[in-house]
Design a protein around this ligand. Structure first.
Ligand SMILES: [Zn+2]
Length: 335
């Protein structure tokens, strides 16, 4: 306890102070204000010596001092409340905040390619909805936007084969993509934006019409025996924020009894940064239809080859070259 007059902490004065109270009670049956305060540890021994009861009760200077001490104490309690619990309890609440924030960060970084939000999905057929939600739509974006060596201008991209990386948990992590590019023979006819439509609804409708045209055009060309240019693309999925952390400034929320993130604070915790995914294109190579037939015939063999190493190379897609083997023999002998 702190003395309400001088603010000094009342410590190790218990015996001396209580003796004062006892002595006082010997002469009277009732405690005056001064001795009541002494009994309640409200004033220190020093102050109890300096002031008489009358002086304490009537002197405005002392009363003001007491008022100031009261205010100071109130503020201290308030500041302490703001800081929240201490010790083990504090560690517990901080740990809970960290669990929560880490979970949230992982959730925020979950989407590798954010699936397009389909507004009014009842307007679209099942095949389109499946396509948008599938990995194939992500693969098309990789071939179109990230494989810079492939010129996709004026082409439809048809994903012929899509292989998820062996043992990877990430939905959009592919070990290879084989895509066939068809010239756009049919042109989609885009309607005008309707007055009742929002921008994103209109965008949705346009994307849907594009997909319908592409699907029909590719189907027709296939029926006619037309073959497009075929490419193998080897993407490599990477988290640009791997091993990075964010400083979360936190403060105690006394109402909800937990720590919460705020803009500025003198204390912070380190929380994993939400993943930011990007694809590096390891290789993109045009192949002819003879090579494509070889790949499709030996697909399971090729896939099992890609399971052996995380880094897939184009070598996995061609028959093993016996000449190359011979070339490496002298090296082995020499070493
Ligand atoms: Zn005092």
């Amino acid at each position: 306890m702190d003395c309400i007059i001088c603010g000094e902490q009342v410590v190790n004065e218990n015996n001396r102070l209580q003796k004062k109270v006892k002595d006082y009670l010997r002469t009277t049956s009732e405690l005056d204000v001064k001795h009541l305060w002494i009994k309640q540890w409200k004033i220190c021994y020093g102050c109890s010596e300096s002031y008489t009861n009358d002086y304490l009760v009537n002197n405005s200077g002392v009363l003001q001092k007491i008022e100031e001490q009261k205010q100071r104490k109130k503020q201290l309690v308030k500041a302490k409340r703001k800081q929240g619990p201490s010790g083990v309890a504090r560690a517990h609440y901080i740990e809970r905040y960290m669990d929560y924030a880490t979970c949230k960060a992982e959730e925020n970084g979950r989407y590798i390619a954010k699936p397009a939000r389909l507004i009014n999905s009842q307007q679209y057929d099942e095949a389109y909805i499946t396509y948008v939600k599938s990995s194939a739509s992500t693969a098309v974006l990789i071939v179109r936007d990230m494989a810079e060596d492939i010129d996709t201008k004026g082409k439809w991209i048809d994903v012929r084969h899509l292989e998820k990386r062996f043992l990877s948990h990430d939905e959009g992590d592919f070990s290879f993509i084989i895509a066939e590019l068809f010239s756009r023979k049919q042109k989609p006819i885009y309607p005008k934006k309707m007055a009742v439509e929002t921008d994103s609804e209109y965008k949705n409708r346009i994307a849907y019409i594009t997909w319908q045209t592409a699907t029909a055009d590719i189907d027709q060309q296939r029926t006619q025996g037309i073959k497009g240019d075929v490419y193998i693309v080897l993407p490599s999925l990477r988290n640009e924020h791997e091993g990075m952390y964010d400083k979360h400034y936190i403060a105690w929320d006394d109402k909800r009894r937990h720590f919460k993130r705020i803009r500025e604070s003198d204390q912070y915790v380190s929380i994993i940064k939400p993943a930011r995914w990007r694809y590096d294109i390891v290789a993109a190579k045009k192949i002819n239809h003879q090579q494509l037939r070889y790949i499709e015939k030996n697909l399971s063999k090729i896939i099992s080859k890609t399971h052996k190493k995380r880094a897939v190379t184009l070598a996995a897609f061609s028959p093993q070259n016996p000449q190359k083997k011979k070339e490496s023999t002298p090296k082995e002998k020499g070493g």
